[in-house]
Design a protein around this ligand. Structure first.
Ligand SMILES: [Ca+2]
Ligand SMILES: [Ca+2]
Ligand SMILES: [Ca+2]
Length: 641
């Protein structure tokens, strides 16, 4: 039987509503200016950012550092500019063979080889401020190793130590506490020059250099804290690259058959050659990651020479495309994708450090950014954008509870009580709504359940990157019951928003659901415990060119109830490229300057946007944690308020 804590932390003070969203929706509708709405959202971001919380694991601390002065829209960049590389603030030290991962909008780089020895230095890069900051050093020096993030922690795998002894250590870095957990189990075969990736609760260590060259694939299950073997990589290989996209791990390149690529399917435990086209040229020791839905490889050794070349593989067409060349040719570097400024404003890929020649490390920080996913900027392209395509606002206030708004639907995959997601204007958890009177709500029964809330389809066209903001009030049995956000892309199966490539800017998952007692979300990161009233959750939606359906999913286990989960004041906004100067007076042309101007004004406390939209200036109250008894299990007939 499961052992449960009897006391659940409950945060008692609700955040204070600052903007009347419903009133503003009416304004938006009457004026018909989406861009004005976007301006309000920027003001909302700016005013919400100073929020602090005493809880320790609700979201990444970087979520609040986005400066309001960042201009989200690139200045007059024509859409023909598919992507470009620029040097950003240099890495603090010259290094190669470092391990890089991103989490919560920051890029983290660990260790590496400097002066021909492995080092322990580690740094965090914040794209919003273009600055590197020192973080806690590795527990011991490491080089030629790999990092992967599960959205909560960064896992560091193997590599060589200061004596070039090969290790199999698994360390877990916690960005919130800036500490390392060194008590996780090591994997079996010590390696360096391996590849690593995170997918669906598991970390993969793929091949690498060992005593000889290794072909094993070891899988760390985060929930069970155990390693197991997956199907072997098709041949022994090292200095190869990997990335997770969708439901698969992709790996390829390396020192052996350097043009070969493979797709690993965890469901079948099979490495598939044909599922991913082989590389146009042999490549090894490159930076690798998922970017804008594709597998990006940057630099490395191409045909055995240090290269500036960058390529991307598109799963939709199973083809590799040449990207613009990097600024500097580097190998034995590493990279990761992170938000440029804040969720929804697009992402960049960062290729950090690397060698300019054998044994010659550098401190480059090369940023690849695609400002426009469509390479053909015909003059008619801009006017044909339909502004409503990537726009969703829902405050759940224009219906009578328990009715859902049009386009929204609820279903229980495991239904012990017949209670579906529904609108609600009273009851627990309190407050009942962020924008009164209604929020959407689901109960947390004391038995196994799996309850879905589906959004209407949202089309994010090729010229946009999208972000989701919603208000999130959950009181779910801590670590045993929880909620997740999932997405279906173009009618495909639902997957966790993080697995699909989304990122939380703030208010992300705060725990892992226990595997003990039948919760359908067992082992997954989720919202669990109590948010202490409504918090803000921001999610980037890097699904340009796709139609998505969002799913809020509550899963509960076999005993122990909670008050439930509320979602309110939900908005999806999109970044649009600045039109070319030749574009005539379409609404977009006049609208864009408003968008770019708003962040600047909102940087000051007396922002006009804030003043217009906010009738009250009550400062947000920092919640104070206090212990309260776990809510008593309620009869199933009672939960609907
Ligand atoms: Ca292949
Ligand atoms: Ca509402
Ligand atoms: Ca439970």
């Amino acid at each position: 039987m499961k052992k449960k804590r009897t006391v659940q932390l409950r945060l008692g003070v609700a955040s204070t509503r600052r903007i009347s969203v419903s009133a503003f929706l009416n304004l938006c509708v009457s004026i018909g200016l989406i861009t004005f709405f976007v301006g309000l959202l920027l003001a909302t971001f700016a005013t919400a950012n100073p929020q602090t919380s005493s809880r320790t694991r609700t979201r990444n601390p970087d979520a609040r550092v986005y400066p309001a002065g960042i201009t989200p829209t690139p200045t007059a960049t024509p859409c023909a500019s598919v992507g470009s590389w620029t040097e950003q603030s240099p890495y603090p030290i010259a290094v190669s063979g470092n391990a890089v991962a991103s989490q919560g909008g920051s890029v983290y780089s660990f260790g590496g080889i400097a002066n021909n020895v492995a080092i322990g230095n580690a740094y965090k890069y914040s794209p919003a401020t273009n600055t590197w900051t020192l973080i806690a050093s590795l527990p011991a020096p490491r080089g030629w190793f790999s990092a992967a993030s599960d959205g909560t922690y960064i896992y560091l795998l193997g590599g060589v130590d200061q004596n070039f002894n090969t290790t199999a250590t698994l360390w877990r870095y916690d960005p919130v506490s800036n500490t390392y957990n060194t008590s996780l189990p090591s994997y079996t075969i010590p390696t360096y020059f391996h590849a690593a990736a995170y997918l669906n609760g598991k970390i993969y260590r793929i091949a690498g250099r060992a005593i000889g060259t290794d072909f094993h694939v070891e899988v760390y299950n985060i929930a069970t804290n155990t390693w197991s073997m997956a199907a072997n990589y098709p041949f022994a290989n090292h200095s190869l690259m990997a990335a997770a996209l969708g439901s698969y791990i992709y790996a390829g390149g390396g020192n052996a058959s350097p043009d070969k690529t493979w797709r690993y399917d965890p469901a079948t435990d099979i490495w598939d050659d044909a599922a991913v086209a082989d590389l146009p040229a042999g490549r090894s020791a490159a930076a690798s990651g998922a970017y804008n839905g594709r597998w990006l490889l940057a630099g490395g050794d191409v045909n055995f020479a240090i290269s500036t070349s960058a390529i991307a593989w598109d799963p939709a067409t199973n083809t590799w495309t040449n990207l613009p060349n990097m600024v500097q040719a580097r190998d034995y570097l590493a990279g990761a994708t992170a938000d440029r400024s804040r969720p929804g404003w697009g992402q960049s890929f960062y290729a950090v450090a690397g060698n300019s020649a054998p044994g010659t490390p550098t401190n480059d920080n090369q940023q690849y950014t695609e400002t426009c996913a469509t390479p053909t900027p015909t003059p008619t392209a801009t006017p044909t954008i339909t502004p409503v395509a990537c726009f969703l606002f829902e405050n759940f206030d224009n219906v009578t509870p328990p009715t859902l708004p049009p386009g929204w639907s609820a279903i229980n995959a495991i239904d012990p009580d017949g209670i579906l997601w529904q609108t609600s204007n009273s009851g627990n958890p309190t407050p009942p709504a962020y924008s009164p009177p209604n929020a959407v709500w689901i109960n947390n029964p004391d038995t196994i359940s799996d309850k879905y809330l589906h959004s209407p389809p949202i089309t994010i066209d090729d010229l946009e990157s999208a972000g989701l903001i919603f208000r999130n009030n959950y009181a779910l049995e801590n670590t045993f019951d929880g909620g997740v956000l999932e997405v279906s892309i173009d009618g495909g199966p639902f997957q966790d928003i993080l697995a699909a490539g989304g990122f939380f800017g703030q208010g992300g998952y705060n725990g892992t659901i226990s595997v003990c007692c039948g919760n359908p979300l067992a082992g997954r990161n989720a919202w669990t415990g109590s948010s202490g009233g409504f918090i803000e959750t921001d999610v980037s939606l890097p699904f340009s060119g796709h139609t998505i359906v969002l799913r809020w999913r509550m899963g509960s286990d076999s005993s122990g109830a909670g008050q439930g989960w509320r979602v309110d004041s939900l908005m999806i906004i999109c970044e649009r490229p600045t039109p070319t100067p030749s574009a005539t007076s379409t609404p977009m042309v006049t609208a864009t300057p408003t968008v770019t101007a708003t962040p600047t004004t909102s940087a000051t406390p007396t922002s006009t946007a804030t003043a217009t939209a906010t009738p009250t200036t009550t400062p947000r109250i920092t919640p104070t944690p206090r212990a309260a008894p776990t809510p008593r299990p309620r009869p199933t007939s009672a939960p609907r308020p």
